[in-house]
Design a protein around this ligand. Structure first.
Ligand code: SF4
Ligand code: SF4
Length: 231
């Protein structure tokens, strides 16, 4: 079994709900509480597992904002694990989730230098490394209803841009959508073989600029009607 996320870049609206849900769950759940520094002070900051980066691609008027949620990719060949001098970073054989044993971590930062995805953050308060756990304390919690045994970010996303499942199962929803939509790994050339995949943005039909700035008859009529109503 190889558990991971599929994120649909065509659908993500960059609302940050996933990052907030992740923060909320992991600050109050049972694994790796995410520290906040001065949460109510002048300069609040803290540790996050999930961050959304936004990019502008293309040239006006065919430009588009791409929102790119990023967290730990749970790589198959994870250098963060091999460089760790204490054995704190490890990959679970049974489901492929990469975790940090908080009791073994000495906060040396080697793993964060090794990670090309910027997935790891040092918690200054505990002096240990933190990263996405795929909400391991939710997905295996048999007390929860089955439909809630998913990462908090997946459950929260209002756009349904995120999916969770087993990449090793060819018939799982995540495997099917990766096949059908041409899902891809981020920076495969680095050879880390990340479990998480992204679904590409669909090609938009270019908007013609010919009539931009010219007001049509209908719009003029609407303008006159609005002026009358205002009076
Ligand atoms: S910061 Fe912790 S997990 Fe990362 S390499 Fe050092 S000891 Fe290992
Ligand atoms: S909650 Fe969904 S739509 Fe919002 S930023 Fe996260 S992935 Fe994108």
């Amino acid at each position: 079994m190889r558990l991971g996320l599929v994120i649909d870049l065509d659908v993500c609206v960059g609302c940050h709900a996933c990052a907030i849900a992740c923060k909320e769950w992991n600050a109050s759940g049972t694994t790796a509480p995410l520290t906040d520094y001065q949460p109510y002070g002048a300069e609040p900051s803290g540790v996050w597992f999930n961050r959304i980066r936004s990019y502008e691609v293309g040239d006006y008027p065919n430009n588009k904002t791409i929102n790119f949620p990023m967290s730990c990719m749970h790589c198959e060949d994870a250098d963060c694990v091999t460089v760790c001098p204490t054995g704190a970073s490890y990959k679970r054989a049974e489901d492929g989730i990469v975790l940090v044993d908080q009791t073994k971590c000495m906060g040396c930062n080697y793993c964060s230098w090794a990670c090309p995805y910027g997935a790891r953050e040092l918690d200054r308060e505990s002096g240990t490394m933190k990263k996405c756990t795929l909400c391991i304390d939710r997905i295996y919690d048999t007390v929860m209803p089955v439909e809630e045994r998913q990462p908090a970010c997946v459950l929260t996303c209002p756009a349904h841009a995120r999916m969770f499942g087993d990449m090793d199962d060819a018939n799982s929803a995540v495997s099917v959508v990766i096949r059908e939509r041409g899902g891809y790994q981020l920076m495969p050339e680095l050879g880390y073989n990340p479990t998480n995949h992204y679904l590409p943005v669909r090609k938009a039909t270019p908007i013609s600029t010919d009539n931009m700035g010219k007001i049509g008859f209908k719009d003029r009529l609407k303008g006159i009607a609005n002026k009358i109503v205002k009076r």
